[in-house]
Design a protein around this ligand. Structure first.
Ligand SMILES: Nc1ncnc2c1ncn2[C@@H]1O[C@H](COP(=O)(O)OP(=O)(O)OP(=O)(O)O)[C@@H](O)[C@H]1O
Length: 648
């Protein structure tokens, strides 16, 4: 009988891993492994189990006794099974035994010899098989030794691996513990972080609330300050009030007395007011009467009034010889010139003496105020609703412009600016009587029979024509002429200066033009009285005529022609009016046409003839005085007021 190694038992004795000796892998140990490590360990365990199982099968299935050919077949089969390589191990070296099936002839029982031979043969076969098996056993033993050796190596490696695994597991456990600790720390920190975030949010809310409250506090503080200020002010006021109330208490006694006095005074005032109204009505009646009286006197005096004004020599003219001029009385003037012999200047040739009578004489000493006082009745008439024309006539340099416009300073003011001061003063009285007045002014110049608007600085002014306001032809206007409303004397002075400048500019362009043109200041007065239901419009023309002397140069001749023509037409108109002609030639010159409403029957005219006393001007002075006498002799029909009733 061959010795069959019992590997599992030996392995068990040696405490080597095997089927019987295998301990289950520690659950705790496995739990510490990753999934991949667990899978690998299980595979290894399974493989080892399979190898053990085969080993056991190989050892336990081997028959201990072999009987006959069936036993040898079984042994051969076992041998084949044993020699088959275990999965995962190197295949064992297998010796193939070729066996031919033999059919043994049946030996009779009596044939002992044959039977002995057969047994011998069988013995030989078995012996051979035994030898084979013995060889095989040796081989298997060798293999076993080798396998045992490799098993031991494997066991050592496994132990090492086990140790390693244990170490790894320990390490893993430590790391897991550390990880758990880290996780715990992380959780704590996470929780702390969340708390921190929450606290930050809360802090932001608190900060926002704090800001709002700070702002509210600021507002409240400002309000508090303001209220404190007001309180202090009120406190001060209350102190004052307290003092005043104390005074008031004293005063209230006086007040009671005063109330009685007041009632008495009130009754008196009411009485006075009634008296004032009565007086105002009387005054209005008197004003009306005075107005009527004034105009009646003027009518009686005549509606063409002529005054003569003698200009004093200027400082620069003191050396000039003068003719004799005697003011006989307030209305008479006497001019006298001694004619000297041309051969001998010391002998007298003859005497030229002339006496002229006018409505008034203004001597060289008469002031601007004196002149205006005499003229102011005419301005008053214009305010009363009459058409009025005041013109200054005389040779160049005789003082026409000075009389009409005046010089610098209010004392030197001439008729035109004074007329405005006067009108605005009278307007106050008229307002009290219920009259509302509006005044417009325009300034024009007639030069060489062309009309120029002095309120318009434009050079081309050929578009001004004299036109009729209505079909009756009693009222005229100049087309495209600028009219400015005047609300005060100051307004008017500004306008007048503007017009004077425009006239001077034209005069500079055309030498001495101002002396050779007629300057007309047109004033329109519109008045309405709602109480009396009356209204009127009147015109006041203030004219500074061109110098009346004859010209000496060609240009002057041309101008003189126009001037003489217009002045002669003026003279003709006045003469026609004097002789009550049916046709008055107003339209023959721009000047007479323009002055038609002021010269005609329904108007008042005042002429100021200005003269020089210079010897050299004697002839021109005589001409002027003769012309003025002619005008003075005119007696126009009674002037009529332009009064109409207000449409209700
Ligand atoms: N009554 C007067 N008192 C003082 N100075 C006067 C008087 N009249 C005129 N003059 C002065 O005499 C000068 C000539 O007067 P003004 O220019 O008024 O004459 P005019 O007749 O208007 O001349 P022109 O026809 O050239 O306009 C001016 O310097 C003016 O100031």
């Amino acid at each position: 009988m061959s010795r069959i190694p019992k590997l599992p038992v030996a392995a068990a004795k040696e405490n080597k891993p095997g089927l019987l000796n295998r301990r289950p892998i520690s659950r705790t140990l496995v739990n510490g492994l990753s999934d991949a490590e667990k899978k690998n360990l299980l595979l290894q365990h399974t493989k080892t189990s399979d190898a053990d199982r085969k080993h056991l099968l190989q050892n336990n299935s081997k028959p201990t006794v072999l009987n006959g050919p069936s036993s040898s077949i079984t042994a051969a089969r076992l041998k084949r099974t044993a020699s088959a390589p275990a999965p995962g191990t190197a295949p064992a070296k297998v010796t193939k035994v070729e066996k031919k099936p033999t059919v043994a002839p049946k030996i009779p029982p009596y044939d002992y010899k044959a039977r002995f031979n057969d047994l011998l043969e069988k013995h030989r076969v078995v012996k051979n098989e035994y030898n084979d098996l013995k060889d095989k056993h040796t081989e298997v033993s060798d293999d076993y030794e080798k396998i045992k050796e490799s098993g031991e190596t494997s066991a050592r490696e496994r132990d090492m691996l086990k140790d390693k695994l244990l170490n790894t597991l320990n390490d893993l456990r430590e790391r897991t513990t550390a990880l758990e600790s880290i996780k715990l720390d992380y959780e704590i920190q996470k929780r702390e972080n969340e708390e921190l975030v929450h606290k930050t949010k809360v802090l932001a809310e608190v900060t926002s609330n704090l800001n709002k409250k700070t702002s509210d506090f600021d507002t409240l503080e400002a309000e508090f300050k303001e209220k404190t200020r007001r309180y202090n002010a009120l406190l001060a006021e209350s102190k004052v009030l307290k003092a005043q109330s104390e005074k008031l208490a004293t005063l209230s006694i006086d007040y009671d007395k005063l109330t009685v006095d007041y009632e008495e005074a009130k009754n008196k005032i009411l009485k006075y007011e009634a008296d004032v109204e009565k007086l105002q009505n009387i005054l209005a009646g008197m004003y009306q009467g005075q107005r009527d009286l004034r105009n009646t006197i003027q009518d009686l005096k005549g509606n063409i009034r002529v005054y003569c004004r003698v200009r004093p020599p200027l400082d620069s003219e003191m050396s000039k010889p003068l003719f004799n001029l005697n003011v006989v009385d307030a209305c008479t003037i006497e001019v006298e010139k001694v004619e000297l012999n041309s051969m001998s200047q010391s002998t007298r040739k003859g005497k030229s003496q002339h006496t002229f009578s006018f409505d008034g004489i203004f001597t060289p000493h008469s002031s601007q105020e004196t002149v205006f006082n005499e003229v102011s009745n005419m301005i008053q008439s214009a305010l009363d609703g009459y058409n009025v024309c005041i013109f200054a006539y005389g040779q160049t340099g005789s003082g026409k412009t000075y009389t009409m416009e005046g010089g610098c300073g209010s004392e030197q003011y001439g008729i035109i600016p004074r007329a405005f001061n006067f009108m605005f003063t009278c307007m106050e009285d008229l307002k009290r009587m219920g009259w509302q007045l509006s005044i417009t002014a325009s300034f024009l110049e007639i030069y060489n029979e062309v009309i120029y608007d002095l309120l318009n600085s434009c050079k081309d002014q050929s578009n001004h024509d004299i036109k009729m306001v209505n079909s009756k032809g009693t009222d005229l206007y100049v087309s495209n002429l600028k009219e400015e409303e005047v609300k005060s004397s100051h307004d008017f002075i500004k306008l007048m200066i503007f017009a004077q400048r425009n006239r001077q500019t034209a005069a500079t362009l055309n030498n001495e033009r101002s002396s050779r043109s007629h300057s007309v200041t047109q004033i329109k007065i519109s008045a309405i009285n709602e109480k009396l239901k009356e209204k009127y419009t009147s015109h006041l023309n203030l004219v500074d005529l061109a110098g009346s002397e004859s010209g000496k140069t060609t240009q002057r001749m041309d101008e003189t022609k126009h001037i003489n023509r217009s002045l002669s037409e003026l003279s003709k108109v006045i003469l026609s009016l004097q002789t009550n002609q049916s046709h008055i030639p107003y339209r023959n010159s721009k000047l007479t046409h323009l002055l038609m409403p002021s010269l005609g029957g329904n108007s008042k005219t005042l002429m100021l003839v200005n003269v020089n006393q210079f010897d050299e001007c004697f002839g021109e002075t005589l001409n002027s005085l003769r012309f003025a006498t002619k005008v003075n002799s005119c007696r126009t029909v009674k002037a009529k007021k332009n009064l109409t009733m207000v449409d209700t």
